[in-house]
Ligand binder design. Structure first.
Ligand code: KE4
Length: 427
């Protein structure tokens, strides 16, 4: 039954006069999948409702944060109570201490931390800290990984592996890009070679320990070993767990793989849907941050009482025994059935999944890096995305993103999704 989108389209017309693409973050404009984005009016549990009253089972989860499901009553109550006590003081609060303690319980590698207001800020600060600690300017990232929109991170690989990075966005001066070295993901030989040749001038390697911004791409054991080895060159290992935190496992990718990074960045789930980013790690490094040390970082709304209330309530609920086992079992069941439907429909695909994040890639080849991901059939993904929307399932508006399952997804949501996928994949 075709969805009415009349009200959403009216909002989009007004929005496009005011904000680029009518949105406050590019992917929301649906440019890579086509069609107009529904304007979401409300969400509850695993379901979204748009301005025209259409309902969807949600696999975006606000790009990760809604691991509990939307509008969990305990989180809503905590935020409402915090609001009544005043929105923001710009002063230390007890809640920030409790929040830091619970984050440390989930991520023991984080001996000390700082809260900021986004994953971008967390990654930007972690890189600045690594540069301050090592006195080195260059750092390494991997093609297809995204660490927020700080200038030095909007960089693509230069002509050669060890040469200067090139800006990947207008407005980023070449000078800002030249210290960013970019390598292929899952290529241990390339990383080992760069460390051997240039390790002495490299401050850090920052990596998505399970990639989610080129679709879900799982690191090989050899790649993980190569990442751990960078420390031999005095290079800090930064795990960007903004997406993988609480998604790959309750302790993120570092617990899942048993690797202790020097610094970790967190975001998304940690704020329960309100703006929170975190960076932290070894106390010897974190003590170099102002006001104790020479590396500056600040923020008016860092550790903000409402965001901290949402984060605290969320993380306390995530300590509920059995939560992660349930959400991972739901995700595993969904993915197994989804893959069976695609196979029966004769649709070449791969479906990597870790914890409660996964991607359905349209291609028969394994996706080990960004080059592989780009060889997938993104035109087919666009048609799939539109058909799933028409059948009441809300997927990320890009084939280079991951899908997320929440604790509120149950049997009914899985059956609804599989019925929609059967229609979409056989169309
Ligand atoms: P934010 O600044 O958007 O909070 O976090 C940046 C970031 C850092 N690291 C990783 C691994 C991330 O995935 C992100 C943000 N992810 C994107 C989409 N996957 C957010 C969605 C958007 O940009 O609208």
């Amino acid at each position: 039954m075709p969805r009415s989108l009349e009200k959403s389209r009216a909002w989009l017309t007004r929005a496009e006069q005011l904000m680029p693409g009518g949105v406050n973050s590019p992917v929301r404009a649906f440019r890579s999948v086509g069609g107009d984005p529904p304007f979401i009016a409300s969400a509850n549990g695993a379901w979204l409702t748009d301005e025209d009253g259409n309902r969807y089972v949600d696999y975006v989860n606000s790009w990760g944060p809604a691991l509990l499901g939307h509008a969990h009553p305990d989180v809503v109550a905590a935020v409402s109570a915090a609001a009544a006590r005043g929105m923001s003081f710009g002063a230390p609060t007890a809640a920030e201490v409790e929040m830091a303690e619970i984050v440390r319980r989930f991520y023991p590698s984080i001996e000390m931390l700082r809260m900021v207001s986004s994953g971008t800020e967390a990654c930007m600060a972690a890189i600045r800290l690594a540069r301050g600690v090592t006195g080195r300017d260059a750092f390494v990232k991997f093609e297809g990984c995204y660490h927020g929109h700080a200038d030095a991170l909007l960089v693509k690989a230069g002509s050669g592996l060890a040469t200067f990075g090139e800006p990947d966005s207008a407005g980023v001066p070449a000078d800002f890009a030249k210290h960013t070295l970019t390598l292929p993901y899952n290529d241990p030989a390339a990383l080992d070679a760069l460390m051997a040749s240039d390790g002495h001038r490299i401050a850090a390697v920052i990596v998505e320990p399970v990639a989610g911004n080129m679709g879900c791409v799982i690191p090989t054991d050899a790649f993980l070993k190569s990442l751990e080895a960078v420390r031999q060159h005095g290079v800090l290992l930064i795990f960007d767990e903004v997406m993988t935190g609480w998604r790959v496992s309750r302790g993120g990718a570092q617990a899942y793989f048993g690797i202790t990074p020097d610094l970790t960045t967190l975001g998304k789930v940690v704020g329960g849907g309100l703006p929170v980013g975190v960076y932290g790690g070894k106390a010897e490094y974190m003590r170099r941050i102002s006001p104790l040390g020479p590396v500056y970082q600040a923020g008016t709304l860092s550790g903000n009482p409402l965001a901290t209330a949402a984060g605290l309530a969320t993380l306390r609920l995530l300590e509920t025994p059995g939560f992660f086992e349930k959400v991972e079992a739901t995700t595993e069941h969904l993915c197994r059935e989804l893959s069976a439907i695609a196979s029966k429909a004769g649709v070449p695909h791969t479906l990597p999944r870790v914890g409660s994040m996964f991607t359905l890639f349209f291609g028969a080849h394994a996706v080990r890096n960004f080059t592989d991901a780009k060889q997938c059939d993104m035109g087919r993904f666009g048609r799939y995305h539109r058909s799933m929307l028409d059948h009441g399932v809300y997927l990320p508006a890009s084939g280079y993103e991951a899908c997320f399952v929440s604790g509120a997804h149950g049997e009914a949501e899985v059956e609804h999704t599989l019925a929609a996928a059967h229609a979409a994949l056989n169309a």
